[in-house]
Write a protein that binds this ligand. Structure first.
Ligand code: ZN
Length: 627
């Protein structure tokens, strides 16, 4: 098992791949190759020196056994650049400048690597000029935030079809050319053409093995988009992609998420391929088929319920390959496309990636984490026994039903909750899931093994929200990310309720944080009452959303979701550090190898899992080097 800095590397399996028909294997294989060929695009998008630095580091690697250097190169590989994948802070190497200078006389690179003042942050969220403050490479070196905003505001104002706006700026670097701003487009013959040519070649090969004409249409439009860089073509491509729901295999390949651009315009390259997990998809279908029942029976006020409720066509998939911005660190649930008008008019596709969550669950079991933080052995055993089922089920409830439930009152603006909107929305979906995972309907539908299973989910969820997720927050910082805020909100609101009602009735609270031998634990005294709190909070959060009650959203989030108890935070970090566990995890891809006969025809694709992280990174750098 590979571990370094704050990272642990996991392997994921591709269940059932061997038994697939050759044609399907070939389809997956060529789509996977297309997903791997974009690697260098992301490296360059993440910072203008990244590719040069990677080549330098990989040249030094065989010449040294310096541990600090080895950690550094692995961090850089993992982050696809010299900034941390999550915090976006620049890595500070533990080796000295003098040591590095033994291997290179490139002053520019030495300065970028060693000097903490240079490019300290990949994505800068506050300051005078967000573009100038960010090391990401989406804008020319001398482009200012003001110039970029003016440029894109002008484009948006001139949009020929303002109701169906394209994602302006998504697929280009904005640069000065002879003093004039212009977009250097990512496309064949344009920026990154060397990588895009290979991507297109593999997509064309994959097209031969597509499962249905709609998949061919999707690939044709994607190829057309890579050729022209035209954003209307991109929207047409995503619309056809959303419609394609019959196939066993699906994929994402292209410029997708905008987290790497401080202005939220420019999209990083990512690629992945998935195939259906048939058993688990049945589970999601079962939930969707009962969507109206769940809506009708929820503890929410009748005025806020949907009269006609359709479950989202979520499906559970297995990842076959992860590439670009989904590798080595990956999301476990993906909902695309991102265009609001496309989603409103044509819907979206939502997946949870079952084989990745299985790999996480495998890593959590027996890591010592539960033994350290969970209150007693009985509860640990319960969580070990049920969580593989209940975690996935909670995710399904969240994705298939939670986000889709409820309605806004007429005239309420969908953006009324402003900066608190994302946290409230995630809380709504999580609470919907928590409320129903405890319902006897789950046993009736055969989705949980028995009527005790939900308690494991309640315990892990509340422990995470109240305490253990703090291990991902740096000392002295507050909670910023919307999902983390939502978990904190739910756990702390329930704790506050329990304390209040416990005091009123002079009874033990339904749940509480207790100290034992100087360590804090969550104790749940009354699961049934805790579920009632979950129902009450769901009703209130839905009211806030339906009415667009900004003040109430703000109060809840500011009171329960953001702040961190400094003592508890320190305790969590030190207990966690003592376990030597890694807060961040990522994956090594399986290796697919074509088997050929005497005439060179591919007769099979085999899969193996024995490649380790360093080996895979070095191979990718060699095999998929384009820029
Ligand atoms: Zn969500």
């Amino acid at each position: 098992m590979t571990k370094f800095a704050d990272i642990q590397i996991l392997h994921y399996k591709v269940p059932g791949f061997e038994a697939l028909p050759l044609r399907t294997k070939l389809y997956i294989y060529h789509l996977s190759e297309a997903a791997l060929w974009g690697r260098d695009i992301l490296w360059d998008q993440n910072g203008r020196y990244n590719l040069r630095i990677r080549r330098l580091l990989e040249r030094i690697l065989p010449q040294t056994d310096n541990e600090d250097f080895h950690t550094y190169i692995r961090q850089v590989w993992f982050a696809n650049g010299i900034h941390h994948h999550y915090s976006t802070d620049k890595f500070q190497p533990r080796f000295s400048e003098e040591w590095l200078r033994q291997y290179t006389d490139d002053d520019e690179l030495v300065n970028v690597i060693m000097n903490p003042e240079v490019m300290p942050k990949r994505v800068c969220q506050s300051g005078e000029d967000l573009i100038q403050g960010s090391a990401s490479n989406y804008y020319g070196e001398d482009v200012t935030q003001q110039e970029a905003e003016d440029f894109y505001n002008t484009l948006k104002a001139q949009a020929p079809n303002p109701d169906e706006p394209v994602a302006y700026g998504m697929n280009s670097r904005l640069e000065h050319k002879k003093g004039v701003l212009h977009e250097n487009i990512y496309r064949l013959g344009g920026l990154y053409t060397q990588a895009i040519e290979h991507i297109c070649e593999e997509l064309s090969l994959a097209r031969e093995y597509a499962e249905n004409p709609q998949q061919q249409k999707v690939i044709d439009l994607l190829l057309e988009f890579y050729k022209s860089g035209d954003l209307e073509t991109f929207d047409r491509y995503t619309i056809e992609w959303v419609k394609e729901t019959e196939g066993f295999v699906d994929f994402v390949n292209g410029f997708t998420e905008t987290y790497g651009d401080p202005l939220g315009l420019k999209a990083s390259w990512e690629g992945y391929v998935n195939y259906r997990d048939k058993e688990a998809t049945k589970r999601a279908d079962l939930l969707s088929a009962n969507a109206q029942w769940f809506e009708d029976h929820s503890p929410v006020d009748e005025r806020f319920k949907k009269k006609e409720c359709k479950g989202v066509s979520a499906r559970v998939v297995n990842a076959a390959i992860l590439g670009g911005d989904l590798y080595p660190s990956s999301a476990i649930g993906i909902n695309l496309p991102n265009s609001n008008w496309v989603r409103a008019a044509h819907g979206s596709k939502s997946v949870t990636i079952g084989n990745l969550t299985a790999a996480y669950e495998e890593a959590a079991k027996g890591s010592g984490f539960r033994e350290e933080f969970v209150i007693d052995a009985g509860t640990v055993a319960q969580i070990d026994r049920y969580s593989a089922v209940t975690d996935d089920l909670h995710t399904d409830l969240h994705e298939c039903l939670g986000h889709g439930s409820g309605r806004l009152l007429p005239g309420v603006d969908a953006d009324a909750l402003g900066v608190y909107g994302a946290t409230i929305e995630e809380a709504r979906a999580d609470l919907f899931g928590l409320y129903y995972i405890a319902d006897k309907k789950m046993v009736e539908l055969g989705l949980v093994p028995d009527a005790e299973a939900w308690k494991a989910q309640y315990y892990s969820y509340m422990m995470n929200g109240a305490m253990t997720q703090l291990v991902r927050i740096k000392r002295g910082c507050v909670i910023e990310e919307a999902h983390m805020r939502n978990r904190s909100l739910i756990a702390h609101w329930c704790l506050a309720q329990a304390e209040y009602w416990g005091r009123c009735f002079n009874m033990p609270p339904a749940l509480e944080l207790i100290k034992r031998d100087g360590k804090t634990y969550l104790r749940i005294n009354d699961y049934i009452t805790l579920r009632q709190y979950v129902g009450q909070l769901l009703a209130e959060i839905q009211r806030i959303k339906s009415e667009g009650d900004f003040t109430a959203a703000k109060t809840l989030v500011e009171r329960y979701a953001v702040n961190v108890d400094a003592d508890l935070h320190e305790e969590m970090l030190s207990r966690y550090e003592a376990l030597h566990l890694s807060p961040y995890k990522g994956f090594v891809n399986p290796v697919y190898t074509p088997v050929t006969d005497a005439e060179g025809h591919i007769t099979d694709i085999t899969v193996s899992y024995d490649e380790e992280f360093d080996e895979q990174q070095l191979r990718y750098s060699k095999q998929y080097a384009t820029l």
